[in-house]
Write a new protein. Sequence first.
Length: 203
Amino acid sequence: MPQTRNVAATTCAICERTLLVGERTVRYSLDGHDFVDVCPLCQDIAAEQGWLKEGSPTSPTVADDRPRKRLSLSAIFDPRRTTPEETLVDEPILRRLSEPERAMVEAADLFNASPYRRSVGGIAKSLGAPHVSVVPLSGVNTEVVVTIAWDISWYQYRVLFDSAQPVRLAERGYEVEELEPSFRAWNARVERDGRVVPEIARL
């Protein structure tokens, strides 16, 4: 089995992504005293949350209190139809999907609403379009694994619908062959903005 290379790496405090060689971090703080590393892709998120940039002469900005809209089913299949008023899912369409397909759509929705979407979009700008799989796991609690892989690195996210933190980075590596075959059945794609779109036939 190929060995994962053991290298010292810097991790972003927001997306938890290990930075690629050559990427520069910017240090931010919540209280102006303890600073953490933030990758270039997450600087906007840090600013929106009111984090203070190291060396900044101004006070932290106030986080936007407006509720963030979650993506709808139509956004998964056709982003041009997305409007802020749309609900998370279109129930009549969801009822026509199988349980695994429904889990794939809902997991992609949660992933696309997380900070990881921005990170994936930024990496894709450098490395090109990745391979993507969205795989529901069997079990009492519905869990979906989202795998995003390039030739030189891969990231695997776990989506738990009933968790306080529904999307988390579970594993990462360098060689695609490290992944189990079931996670290499590429059945989704990543849009230019980092959105994960399952390859499900339109109804």
